[in-house]
Design a protein around this ligand. Sequence first.
Ligand SMILES: Nc1ncnc2c1ncn2[C@@H]1O[C@H](COP(=O)(O)OP(=O)(O)OP(=O)(O)O)[C@@H](O)[C@H]1O
Length: 416
Amino acid sequence: MKQKKMATHFASLSSMSSPSLLRYPSTNSMAMLGFISHYPKTNLGTSLREVKTSFSSSFLSLSIARKQQRKSFLVRSVAAPSDTATGFDEMVSGTTRKYYMLGGKGGVGKTSCAASLAVKFANNGHPTLVVSTDPAHSLSDSFAQDLTGGTLVPVEGPDSPLFALEINPEKAREEFRSVNQKNGESGIKDFMDGMGLGMLVEQLGELKLGELLDTPPPGLDEAIAISKVIQFLESEEYNMFTRIVFDTAPTGHTLRLLSLPDFLDASIGKILKLRQKIASATSAIKSVFGQEGTPQDAADKLERLRERMLKVRELFRDTDSTEFVIVMAVSESSRLRASLKKENVPVKRLIVNQVLPPSSSDCKFCAMKRKDQTRALDMIQSDPELSGLILVEAPLVDVEIRGVPALRFLGDMVWK
Ligand SMILES: Nc1ncnc2c1ncn2[C@@H]1O[C@H](COP(=O)(O)OP(=O)(O)OP(=O)(O)O)[C@@H](O)[C@H]1O
Protein backbone atom coordinates (compact mmCIF):
# COMPACT_ATOMS: atom_id res chain seq x y z
CA MET A 1 0.00 0.00 0.00
CA LYS A 2 2.73 2.36 1.05
CA GLN A 3 4.83 1.34 -1.93
CA LYS A 4 1.95 2.09 -4.21
CA LYS A 5 1.63 5.48 -2.62
CA MET A 6 5.32 6.09 -3.13
CA ALA A 7 5.13 5.05 -6.75
CA THR A 8 2.26 7.47 -7.32
CA HIS A 9 4.13 10.11 -5.45
CA PHE A 10 7.22 9.85 -7.54
CA ALA A 11 5.29 9.37 -10.72
CA SER A 12 3.65 12.69 -10.01
CA LEU A 13 7.01 14.23 -9.37
CA SER A 14 8.31 13.06 -12.67
CA SER A 15 5.47 14.69 -14.51
CA MET A 16 6.01 18.07 -12.93
CA SER A 17 7.36 20.89 -14.91
CA SER A 18 8.63 23.87 -13.09
CA PRO A 19 11.59 26.06 -13.84
CA SER A 20 12.68 25.78 -10.23
CA LEU A 21 12.71 22.03 -10.26
CA LEU A 22 15.65 20.04 -11.26
CA ARG A 23 14.86 16.66 -12.64
CA TYR A 24 16.98 13.68 -12.12
CA PRO A 25 17.71 11.67 -15.20
CA SER A 26 16.84 8.06 -14.57
CA THR A 27 18.10 5.17 -16.61
CA ASN A 28 15.08 3.08 -15.91
CA SER A 29 11.42 3.73 -15.84
CA MET A 30 11.40 4.62 -12.16
CA ALA A 31 9.92 7.97 -11.48
CA MET A 32 12.18 10.86 -10.76
CA LEU A 33 12.53 12.99 -7.76
CA GLY A 34 12.51 16.71 -8.31
CA PHE A 35 14.00 19.10 -5.85
CA ILE A 36 14.28 22.80 -5.98
CA SER A 37 17.82 23.67 -6.84
CA HIS A 38 20.22 20.83 -6.79
CA TYR A 39 22.13 23.03 -4.45
CA PRO A 40 24.68 24.56 -6.71
CA LYS A 41 25.27 27.91 -5.08
CA THR A 42 24.27 29.74 -8.23
CA ASN A 43 20.89 28.14 -8.11
CA LEU A 44 19.94 29.00 -4.59
CA GLY A 45 18.00 32.17 -5.42
CA THR A 46 14.38 31.28 -5.95
CA SER A 47 14.39 28.02 -4.11
CA LEU A 48 16.01 29.21 -0.94
CA ARG A 49 13.86 32.29 -0.86
CA GLU A 50 10.83 30.01 -0.93
CA VAL A 51 12.34 27.78 1.66
CA LYS A 52 13.19 30.71 3.90
CA THR A 53 9.55 31.67 3.90
CA SER A 54 8.68 28.42 5.55
CA PHE A 55 11.69 28.62 7.83
CA SER A 56 11.36 32.22 8.84
CA SER A 57 8.31 32.14 11.05
CA SER A 58 8.49 28.86 12.93
CA PHE A 59 8.62 25.14 12.63
CA LEU A 60 4.84 25.17 12.56
CA SER A 61 4.92 27.09 9.34
CA LEU A 62 7.59 24.73 8.10
CA SER A 63 5.41 21.73 8.74
CA ILE A 64 2.42 23.42 7.10
CA ALA A 65 4.61 24.26 4.16
CA ARG A 66 5.76 20.65 4.11
CA LYS A 67 2.23 19.36 3.97
CA GLN A 68 1.41 21.76 1.17
CA GLN A 69 4.49 20.73 -0.69
CA ARG A 70 3.65 17.07 -0.36
CA LYS A 71 0.09 17.74 -1.45
CA SER A 72 1.23 19.34 -4.62
CA PHE A 73 4.05 16.82 -4.91
CA LEU A 74 6.51 19.61 -4.80
CA VAL A 75 9.45 18.33 -2.85
CA ARG A 76 11.99 20.86 -1.81
CA SER A 77 15.17 20.70 0.02
CA VAL A 78 15.97 23.14 2.76
CA ALA A 79 19.68 22.71 2.91
CA ALA A 80 22.74 23.46 0.94
CA PRO A 81 25.02 20.54 0.43
CA SER A 82 28.50 20.20 1.62
CA ASP A 83 31.06 21.08 -0.98
CA THR A 84 33.44 18.59 0.55
CA ALA A 85 34.39 15.71 -1.63
CA THR A 86 34.02 12.42 0.20
CA GLY A 87 36.51 10.76 -2.07
CA PHE A 88 33.77 8.69 -3.64
CA ASP A 89 36.05 8.07 -6.64
CA GLU A 90 38.30 6.12 -4.35
CA MET A 91 35.39 4.27 -2.80
CA VAL A 92 34.02 3.24 -6.16
CA SER A 93 37.27 2.35 -7.91
CA GLY A 94 38.29 -1.25 -8.46
CA THR A 95 36.27 -4.39 -8.64
CA THR A 96 37.80 -6.10 -5.65
CA ARG A 97 35.19 -6.54 -2.98
CA LYS A 98 34.99 -3.83 -0.36
CA TYR A 99 33.01 -3.62 2.84
CA TYR A 100 31.61 -0.38 4.21
CA MET A 101 30.26 -0.38 7.73
CA LEU A 102 28.19 2.63 8.66
CA GLY A 103 27.86 3.09 12.35
CA GLY A 104 26.50 5.67 14.69
CA LYS A 105 23.77 6.28 17.20
CA GLY A 106 20.18 5.47 16.37
CA GLY A 107 18.23 8.14 14.56
CA VAL A 108 21.15 10.12 13.16
CA GLY A 109 20.45 8.96 9.62
CA LYS A 110 22.80 6.01 9.50
CA THR A 111 20.37 3.83 7.55
CA SER A 112 19.63 6.61 5.05
CA CYS A 113 23.35 7.14 4.51
CA ALA A 114 24.02 3.39 4.18
CA ALA A 115 21.13 2.88 1.78
CA SER A 116 22.08 5.92 -0.30
CA LEU A 117 25.67 4.68 -0.51
CA ALA A 118 24.46 1.27 -1.66
CA VAL A 119 22.28 2.89 -4.34
CA LYS A 120 25.20 5.03 -5.45
CA PHE A 121 27.52 2.02 -5.71
CA ALA A 122 24.93 0.13 -7.74
CA ASN A 123 24.45 3.13 -10.01
CA ASN A 124 28.18 3.19 -10.54
CA GLY A 125 28.37 -0.36 -11.81
CA HIS A 126 28.89 -2.33 -8.61
CA PRO A 127 26.64 -5.26 -7.85
CA THR A 128 25.94 -4.32 -4.27
CA LEU A 129 24.50 -5.85 -1.16
CA VAL A 130 23.25 -3.73 1.70
CA VAL A 131 22.78 -5.54 4.98
CA SER A 132 21.16 -4.38 8.16
CA THR A 133 22.41 -6.04 11.29
CA ASP A 134 20.81 -3.42 13.47
CA PRO A 135 18.25 -5.18 15.67
CA ALA A 136 15.95 -2.19 15.11
CA HIS A 137 15.90 -2.45 11.33
CA SER A 138 14.88 0.52 9.25
CA LEU A 139 16.22 -0.58 5.88
CA SER A 140 12.73 -1.65 4.80
CA ASP A 141 11.51 1.87 5.58
CA SER A 142 14.41 3.41 3.78
CA PHE A 143 13.85 1.43 0.58
CA ALA A 144 10.06 1.45 0.98
CA GLN A 145 10.23 -2.29 0.42
CA ASP A 146 9.62 -5.27 2.65
CA LEU A 147 13.03 -6.74 3.42
CA THR A 148 12.10 -8.51 6.61
CA GLY A 149 12.20 -12.09 5.30
CA GLY A 150 15.82 -12.68 6.25
CA THR A 151 16.72 -13.39 2.63
CA LEU A 152 18.29 -11.30 -0.10
CA VAL A 153 15.67 -9.10 -1.74
CA PRO A 154 16.32 -7.38 -5.07
CA VAL A 155 15.87 -3.62 -4.93
CA GLU A 156 14.31 -2.17 -8.02
CA GLY A 157 15.65 0.98 -9.53
CA PRO A 158 19.44 1.13 -9.59
CA ASP A 159 21.42 0.46 -12.77
CA SER A 160 23.35 -2.53 -11.42
CA PRO A 161 22.00 -5.27 -9.19
CA LEU A 162 21.29 -4.10 -5.67
CA PHE A 163 20.12 -6.55 -3.04
CA ALA A 164 19.12 -5.81 0.50
CA LEU A 165 19.00 -8.03 3.53
CA GLU A 166 17.76 -7.52 7.02
CA ILE A 167 19.21 -10.14 9.28
CA ASN A 168 17.09 -11.27 12.14
CA PRO A 169 19.64 -11.31 14.94
CA GLU A 170 17.52 -13.75 16.98
CA LYS A 171 17.63 -16.30 14.17
CA ALA A 172 21.31 -15.74 13.63
CA ARG A 173 21.86 -16.71 17.23
CA GLU A 174 19.98 -20.00 16.85
CA GLU A 175 22.99 -21.89 15.65
CA PHE A 176 25.01 -20.70 18.57
CA ARG A 177 22.14 -21.36 20.92
CA SER A 178 21.89 -24.98 19.79
CA VAL A 179 25.09 -25.69 21.68
CA ASN A 180 23.61 -24.14 24.78
CA GLN A 181 23.31 -26.15 27.89
CA LYS A 182 19.79 -27.39 28.41
CA ASN A 183 19.96 -27.81 32.16
CA GLY A 184 20.41 -25.10 34.72
CA GLU A 185 23.96 -24.57 35.90
CA SER A 186 23.37 -26.00 39.34
CA GLY A 187 21.90 -29.14 37.78
CA ILE A 188 24.98 -29.61 35.72
CA LYS A 189 27.18 -28.86 38.68
CA ASP A 190 25.49 -31.52 40.83
CA PHE A 191 25.66 -33.98 38.01
CA MET A 192 29.26 -33.32 37.20
CA ASP A 193 30.26 -33.12 40.86
CA GLY A 194 28.87 -36.62 41.13
CA MET A 195 31.20 -37.63 38.36
CA GLY A 196 34.18 -35.91 39.90
CA LEU A 197 34.15 -33.21 37.24
CA GLY A 198 33.08 -30.28 39.42
CA MET A 199 36.22 -28.34 38.62
CA LEU A 200 35.36 -28.31 34.96
CA VAL A 201 31.95 -26.89 35.71
CA GLU A 202 33.58 -24.07 37.58
CA GLN A 203 35.73 -23.36 34.57
CA LEU A 204 32.69 -23.43 32.33
CA GLY A 205 30.85 -21.26 34.81
CA GLU A 206 33.66 -18.78 34.60
CA LEU A 207 32.94 -18.48 30.88
CA LYS A 208 29.37 -17.55 31.74
CA LEU A 209 28.23 -19.49 28.71
CA GLY A 210 24.67 -19.98 29.91
CA GLU A 211 24.30 -16.32 30.74
CA LEU A 212 25.87 -15.31 27.46
CA LEU A 213 23.37 -17.32 25.47
CA ASP A 214 20.26 -16.70 27.51
CA THR A 215 20.68 -12.97 27.90
CA PRO A 216 23.23 -12.14 25.24
CA PRO A 217 24.91 -8.76 25.31
CA PRO A 218 23.51 -6.53 22.53
CA GLY A 219 26.57 -6.84 20.31
CA LEU A 220 26.58 -10.64 20.31
CA ASP A 221 23.66 -11.05 17.95
CA GLU A 222 25.23 -8.63 15.59
CA ALA A 223 28.62 -10.31 15.75
CA ILE A 224 26.99 -13.59 14.82
CA ALA A 225 24.86 -11.94 12.14
CA ILE A 226 27.88 -10.31 10.52
CA SER A 227 29.84 -13.52 10.68
CA LYS A 228 26.99 -15.30 8.92
CA VAL A 229 26.93 -12.73 6.15
CA ILE A 230 30.67 -12.99 5.70
CA GLN A 231 30.28 -16.74 5.53
CA PHE A 232 27.64 -16.83 2.84
CA LEU A 233 29.38 -14.13 0.84
CA GLU A 234 32.31 -16.47 0.50
CA SER A 235 30.26 -18.93 -1.52
CA GLU A 236 30.47 -18.79 -5.30
CA GLU A 237 26.82 -17.86 -5.58
CA TYR A 238 27.50 -14.46 -4.06
CA ASN A 239 30.80 -13.77 -5.81
CA MET A 240 29.13 -11.11 -7.90
CA PHE A 241 28.89 -8.60 -5.05
CA THR A 242 31.76 -6.15 -5.20
CA ARG A 243 30.43 -3.73 -2.58
CA ILE A 244 28.89 -4.71 0.72
CA VAL A 245 27.37 -1.98 2.83
CA PHE A 246 26.50 -2.73 6.45
CA ASP A 247 24.00 -0.68 8.35
CA THR A 248 25.30 -1.57 11.77
CA ALA A 249 23.76 -1.22 15.19
CA PRO A 250 23.85 2.00 17.18
CA THR A 251 27.09 3.05 18.78
CA GLY A 252 26.92 1.22 22.10
CA HIS A 253 26.15 -2.09 20.43
CA THR A 254 28.72 -1.60 17.76
CA LEU A 255 31.43 -0.93 20.28
CA ARG A 256 30.60 -4.09 22.14
CA LEU A 257 30.60 -5.95 18.88
CA LEU A 258 34.08 -4.72 18.15
CA SER A 259 35.48 -6.30 21.26
CA LEU A 260 33.33 -9.40 21.03
CA PRO A 261 35.29 -11.39 18.50
CA ASP A 262 38.23 -11.29 20.89
CA PHE A 263 36.01 -12.24 23.78
CA LEU A 264 34.32 -15.03 21.87
CA ASP A 265 37.55 -16.29 20.47
CA ALA A 266 38.97 -16.53 23.94
CA SER A 267 35.82 -18.16 25.30
CA ILE A 268 35.39 -20.63 22.49
CA GLY A 269 39.08 -21.45 22.56
CA LYS A 270 38.72 -22.32 26.24
CA ILE A 271 35.63 -24.40 25.60
CA LEU A 272 37.39 -26.34 22.90
CA LYS A 273 40.29 -27.04 25.23
CA LEU A 274 37.87 -28.19 27.89
CA ARG A 275 36.28 -30.48 25.35
CA GLN A 276 39.55 -32.32 25.01
CA LYS A 277 39.69 -32.80 28.76
CA ILE A 278 36.18 -34.12 29.10
CA ALA A 279 36.11 -36.11 25.89
CA SER A 280 35.75 -39.36 27.75
CA ALA A 281 32.85 -38.23 29.91
CA THR A 282 30.23 -38.33 27.17
CA SER A 283 27.21 -38.04 29.39
CA ALA A 284 28.66 -35.04 31.19
CA ILE A 285 29.31 -33.35 27.86
CA LYS A 286 25.72 -34.02 26.88
CA SER A 287 24.56 -32.20 29.95
CA VAL A 288 26.72 -29.26 29.11
CA PHE A 289 25.98 -29.05 25.43
CA GLY A 290 22.39 -30.22 25.56
CA GLN A 291 20.83 -33.46 24.45
CA GLU A 292 20.72 -32.65 20.79
CA GLY A 293 23.57 -33.79 18.62
CA THR A 294 26.77 -35.41 19.65
CA PRO A 295 29.54 -33.65 21.55
CA GLN A 296 31.47 -33.69 18.30
CA ASP A 297 28.66 -31.72 16.59
CA ALA A 298 28.71 -29.16 19.35
CA ALA A 299 32.45 -28.84 19.22
CA ASP A 300 32.42 -28.55 15.42
CA LYS A 301 29.83 -25.80 15.62
CA LEU A 302 31.87 -23.91 18.14
CA GLU A 303 34.98 -24.36 16.05
CA ARG A 304 33.20 -23.04 12.95
CA LEU A 305 31.80 -20.10 14.87
CA ARG A 306 35.25 -19.35 16.22
CA GLU A 307 36.73 -19.37 12.72
CA ARG A 308 34.03 -17.06 11.45
CA MET A 309 34.53 -14.69 14.35
CA LEU A 310 38.21 -14.58 13.58
CA LYS A 311 37.41 -13.65 10.00
CA VAL A 312 35.13 -10.84 11.13
CA ARG A 313 37.83 -9.54 13.42
CA GLU A 314 40.37 -9.62 10.59
CA LEU A 315 37.92 -7.95 8.28
CA PHE A 316 37.30 -5.18 10.76
CA ARG A 317 40.98 -4.38 10.78
CA ASP A 318 41.78 -4.78 7.10
CA THR A 319 42.32 -1.31 5.66
CA ASP A 320 42.34 -2.59 2.06
CA SER A 321 38.92 -4.15 2.13
CA THR A 322 37.04 -2.50 4.94
CA GLU A 323 36.13 0.96 6.00
CA PHE A 324 34.03 2.08 8.92
CA VAL A 325 32.15 5.29 8.19
CA ILE A 326 30.94 7.20 11.21
CA VAL A 327 27.58 8.87 10.91
CA MET A 328 26.79 11.35 13.61
CA ALA A 329 24.57 14.22 14.50
CA VAL A 330 26.31 17.58 14.71
CA SER A 331 26.13 17.65 18.48
CA GLU A 332 27.72 14.28 19.18
CA SER A 333 31.04 13.56 20.79
CA SER A 334 33.99 11.79 19.22
CA ARG A 335 33.79 8.77 21.50
CA LEU A 336 33.04 6.38 18.69
CA ARG A 337 36.11 7.48 16.78
CA ALA A 338 38.32 7.02 19.83
CA SER A 339 36.97 3.53 20.40
CA LEU A 340 37.36 2.57 16.79
CA LYS A 341 40.91 3.79 16.88
CA LYS A 342 41.58 1.72 19.95
CA GLU A 343 40.22 -1.33 18.12
CA ASN A 344 42.33 -0.52 15.03
CA VAL A 345 39.25 -0.25 12.87
CA PRO A 346 39.96 1.70 9.70
CA VAL A 347 38.03 4.97 9.62
CA LYS A 348 38.47 7.66 6.98
CA ARG A 349 35.18 9.43 6.69
CA LEU A 350 32.80 11.11 9.04
CA ILE A 351 29.32 12.08 7.92
CA VAL A 352 27.71 14.85 9.89
CA ASN A 353 24.09 14.54 9.00
CA GLN A 354 21.12 16.89 8.89
CA VAL A 355 23.12 20.09 8.65
CA LEU A 356 20.96 23.20 8.26
CA PRO A 357 21.41 25.27 5.12
CA PRO A 358 22.94 28.70 5.08
CA SER A 359 20.35 31.42 5.37
CA SER A 360 20.32 35.15 5.91
CA SER A 361 16.85 35.39 7.42
CA ASP A 362 16.45 32.74 10.05
CA CYS A 363 13.71 32.60 12.60
CA LYS A 364 14.97 32.80 16.19
CA PHE A 365 14.86 29.06 16.62
CA CYS A 366 16.67 28.35 13.37
CA ALA A 367 19.30 30.98 14.11
CA MET A 368 19.92 29.36 17.48
CA LYS A 369 20.12 25.91 15.96
CA ARG A 370 22.49 27.16 13.31
CA LYS A 371 24.73 28.71 15.93
CA ASP A 372 24.85 25.44 17.87
CA GLN A 373 25.60 23.66 14.68
CA THR A 374 28.42 25.98 13.67
CA ARG A 375 29.95 25.60 17.12
CA ALA A 376 29.63 21.82 16.93
CA LEU A 377 31.17 21.69 13.46
CA ASP A 378 34.06 23.85 14.64
CA MET A 379 34.56 21.50 17.56
CA ILE A 380 34.57 18.49 15.26
CA GLN A 381 37.14 20.16 13.05
CA SER A 382 39.42 20.96 15.95
CA ASP A 383 38.94 17.61 17.70
CA PRO A 384 42.22 15.71 17.44
CA GLU A 385 40.32 12.42 17.11
CA LEU A 386 38.21 13.67 14.23
CA SER A 387 40.27 16.29 12.47
CA GLY A 388 42.12 13.74 10.35
CA LEU A 389 38.91 12.39 8.86
CA ILE A 390 37.22 13.50 5.68
CA LEU A 391 34.32 15.50 7.07
CA VAL A 392 31.15 15.31 5.05
CA GLU A 393 28.24 17.57 5.87
CA ALA A 394 25.03 15.94 4.74
CA PRO A 395 22.24 18.47 4.46
CA LEU A 396 18.89 18.32 6.13
CA VAL A 397 16.35 17.80 3.42
CA ASP A 398 12.69 18.57 3.56
CA VAL A 399 11.54 15.20 2.41
CA GLU A 400 11.35 11.76 3.85
CA ILE A 401 14.29 9.78 2.59
CA ARG A 402 12.28 6.83 1.38
CA GLY A 403 12.64 4.80 -1.77
CA VAL A 404 15.35 4.58 -4.40
CA PRO A 405 14.82 7.96 -6.09
CA ALA A 406 15.06 9.78 -2.75
CA LEU A 407 18.09 7.72 -1.75
CA ARG A 408 19.67 8.48 -5.08
CA PHE A 409 19.09 12.15 -4.48
CA LEU A 410 20.61 12.02 -1.00
CA GLY A 411 23.48 9.87 -2.22
CA ASP A 412 24.35 12.32 -4.97
CA MET A 413 24.66 15.06 -2.36
CA VAL A 414 26.54 13.08 0.25
CA TRP A 415 28.82 10.74 -1.70
CA LYS A 416 30.88 12.91 -4.00
N1 LIG B 1 19.65 14.45 5.82
C1 LIG B 1 18.41 14.20 6.19
N2 LIG B 1 17.45 15.11 6.00
C2 LIG B 1 16.18 14.89 6.39
N3 LIG B 1 15.77 13.76 7.00
C3 LIG B 1 16.68 12.79 7.22
C4 LIG B 1 18.04 12.95 6.82
N4 LIG B 1 18.70 11.83 7.19
C5 LIG B 1 17.82 11.02 7.76
N5 LIG B 1 16.60 11.58 7.79
C6 LIG B 1 15.37 11.03 8.35
O1 LIG B 1 15.58 10.75 9.73
C7 LIG B 1 14.92 9.54 10.11
C8 LIG B 1 15.92 8.59 10.71
O2 LIG B 1 16.85 8.25 9.70
P1 LIG B 1 17.50 6.80 9.59
O3 LIG B 1 16.46 5.72 9.71
O4 LIG B 1 18.35 6.80 8.40
O5 LIG B 1 18.37 6.88 10.92
P2 LIG B 1 19.12 5.75 11.68
O6 LIG B 1 20.31 6.40 12.27
O7 LIG B 1 19.35 4.56 10.83
O8 LIG B 1 18.09 5.45 12.79
P3 LIG B 1 17.66 4.08 13.44
O9 LIG B 1 18.90 3.52 14.05
O10 LIG B 1 16.62 4.49 14.43
O11 LIG B 1 17.15 3.23 12.33
C9 LIG B 1 14.26 8.99 8.85
O12 LIG B 1 12.93 9.37 8.84
C10 LIG B 1 14.99 9.68 7.71
O13 LIG B 1 14.18 9.85 6.58
